[in-house]
Structures are given as C-alpha cells and as structure tokens.
Design a protein around this ligand. Structure first.
Ligand SMILES: Nc1nc2c(ncn2[C@@H]2O[C@H](COP(=O)(O)OP(=O)(O)OP(=O)(O)O)[C@@H](O)[C@H]2O)c(=O)[nH]1
Length: 338
C-alpha cells in the first residue's frame, strides 16, 4: 500500500553549518512541491525565521529555546497538525532544528507523535567542512548526531581543500558507516532528495522502539553549556566600534547572526551579519517596507559573560544617529559578499 502520510524531515547540524541556507535553496527550487516549514531559533529574536519567511507561505516558528527540550511534544504536534491539514496541501514538512538541538530527542518527538497523517521522514545532518574537526573536539557528541543521520550533507566545501575534504569523508564514514554523504556548498542539494524521503528502520545504534522508551536526558544536551544574548537597538551603530567588536569578539562566542543598521547610507543599508567560528560574513539589502530600521542580533557562545557582551554592544551605538562615518563603513564593506 502506498504510504500517503506527509514525511517530516529534520534538518540539523551544529551552529552555522548552513541549515537555513539549505532550507532556502530547497524552497527556491521546490519544483511545484508544497513545503511546510518549522523553524526553531535558539535565541529570542527569530533571525532564522526572518531569513526563511518571504520564501514560503506555510511557516511556523518555534522560537527561543531548543525544540528538543519542548517538555512535551504538544507544541510541535499542534504545529504539525496545522501544517498537515488537508487544505494546506503540503507534500513535505521540513523542521529546521536549532544549531544546538539534540537530533535524538527530535526524532523521539517525531516518532511519539500520534498524528496519523504525518510520518518521520528522516534526519538530514549538515557538517560544516571548515569547522567540523575543531567543533568535534569540543563536542564529541556530534559523532552521535551523525550516527542518527539518514543523509549527511557535507556543506561549505568551498571553504576546505581537497585533502581536508577527503579526510572528512573518511571520518564521516567511520562515524556513520553506510550513511550517504553529499558534498556541496551553500546547501545546494537536489531537492528531490527531500520529496521521497523515508528514514532507515533504525536511527543510529538504536531502533525506533529503543528511542521511544528512552528517558529525556536534558543535562547532557550540549545547549545547556551555551548562552545566548539578544541585542536590539533602534539607534544606528558606529561601524568602527562594531567592527572592533567583531574582530575582537570574546573567546567562546561562536555564532552571531542578525541585522545591522549603520544609519542612512544608501538604498541598501540593511546589513545582514553572520559569524561562524572565526568567519565573518556581511551582506546588504534594502530595508523591507513596513519593517522598522533597527539592529537585531543573536549571539551564541559557551562560557561567555552575557552582561559584558551586551555592554560592549551598547558601546557600539553611534554618538550621532544622523552622521554616518564613511571611512568606518569601508571596514564593513570589506566583508560584503553579494
Ligand atoms: N562559504 C560558505 N558559506 C556558507 C555556506 N553555506 C552557508 N554559508 C554561510 O554560513 C553562514 C551560516 O549559514 P546558515 O545557513 O545561517 O547556518 P545555520 O546552520 O542555519 O545557522 P544556525 O541556525 O545559527 O545554527 C551564513 O553566513 C551563510 O551564508 C557554504 O557552503 N559556503
């Protein structure tokens, strides 16, 4: 019998590995398929949800906190129930987990769901080719995450040389033998991989039955070791001060994402910011109409002094909101990748 249930695919991977980028690629190349999306932001500003919205008309955002720690599955279930209503005509649902989520618990939530019209469709785990080796040293748990994957996407191949990539493939094969690996950049994978997804009978070392019975073990989640800071200001930032902050960011501050306002400087004066590890990337676009001009950042790190980070950001606010420091802007523009 043909299984007509809607597959729910989890997209996971450590902070900044490229989950939102992959999701946006998928949405832009959906070939007529209707994709429902659940986005889980770790910080209290829904940056990922902002990056995905506009691309899709059926998105739900599960903000501020890790989906894997939803005390019971009901919040997620309610979203999935809404997305899987017949009128929505959804073919596949994709859940973008936060970069600190535990795939094991997300899979458990999925298989515990009593919704008869959806089915767990497997785990797509992203690996950041440039950062994986060092992240894995800090978080050996990542090996277990790979073990649960039905598909590994080795992303950011443009940021690693051939030798590193070959070594990474060997490592992934050791950790998750037999799991298909797709190497790519900017999450550009074949979207059809998502449309007829069926997971393996078991997730990693565990059968679905084992997973169903397992207790939720919050203490060992690695997001318990991470803090996030949300920073918002309506006042323009000073480019020099902000770049000083970015170039000398506190150790442990692994991920920053959001939008920056440096005041009135041209039509495309909304600056998107991403940092992942030591990497900094900025892009620029116009402010969407109806959206207030303001800077909004989420900063995520381990062992960071959140008050000190907030104080340093407050010190980046420009003295005069009407005057843009043009020379200071050159330091910002150096990082633009349009
Ligand atoms: N050079 C390069 N950059 C990439 C690639 N894929 C994504 N990025 C960049 O990496 C940064 C993080 O990408 P996201 O897609 O936001 O990563 P994420 O996994 O959703 O991040 P979190 O939700 O914070 O965990 C952004 O600056 C992306 O433009 C890639 O293949 N190559």
């Amino acid at each position: 019998m043909v299984d007509r249930r809607i597959p729910v695919i989890l997209v996971a991977g450590f902070l900044g590995s490229g989950k939102t980028t992959l999701l946006n690629h998928l949405l832009a190349n959906r070939q007529g398929a209707r994709i429902g999306v659940v986005v889980n932001d770790f910080g209290s500003i829904a940056v990922d949800a902002m990056a995905v919205s506009g691309q899709v008309d059926t998105m739900m955002s599960f903000g501020n906190g890790c989906l894997c720690c939803a005390v019971d599955a009901s919040g997620l279930d309610a979203m999935l129930a809404k997305l899987s209503e017949a009128e929505a005509g959804i073919d596949v649902i994709v859940i973008e987990a936060s970069g600190l989520a535990e795939p094991r618990d997300l899979i458990r939530l999925m298989i515990a769901s009593e919704n008869p019209v959806i089915a767990y469709g497997g785990l797509v785990e992203l690996v950041d080719a440039a950062e994986f080796e060092s992240t894995r040293k800090r978080h050996p748990e990542l090996d277990e995450h790979l073990g649960f994957a039905d598909l590994v996407v080795l992303n950011k191949t443009d940021r690693a040389d051939e030798e590193t990539l070959a070594k990474l493939r060997g490592t992934i094969d050791e950790i998750a033998p037999g799991t298909p690996v797709i190497a790519t950049s900017h999450g550009r994978i074949d979207p059809t991989l998502f449309f007829d997804a069926r997971p393996r009978e078991r997730a990693g070392q565990m059968s679905f039955d084992d997973l169903r019975e397992e207790e939720h073990d919050h203490e060992h989640h690695f997001h318990t070791a991470y803090d996030s800071v949300a920073f918002t200001t309506e006042r323009p930032l000073d480019p020099r001060r902000l770049m000083d902050f970015l170039e000398q960011r506190p150790g442990g501050l692994y991920r920053i994402k959001g939008f920056l306002d440096f005041g009135p400087n041209g039509a495309r004066s909304r600056f998107g910011l991403h940092t992942v590890g030591s990497f900094i990337q900025l892009d620029r676009s116009a402010w969407p109409s109806g959206l207030p001009r303001r800077s909004e950042l989420v900063l995520i790190g381990s062992g960071i002094d959140t008050e000190a980070v907030t104080a340093r950001l407050e010190a980046c606010v420009a003295d005069d909101p009407e005057v843009v420091d043009e020379r200071g802007m050159l330091r910002v523009l150096r990082f633009i990748q349009d």
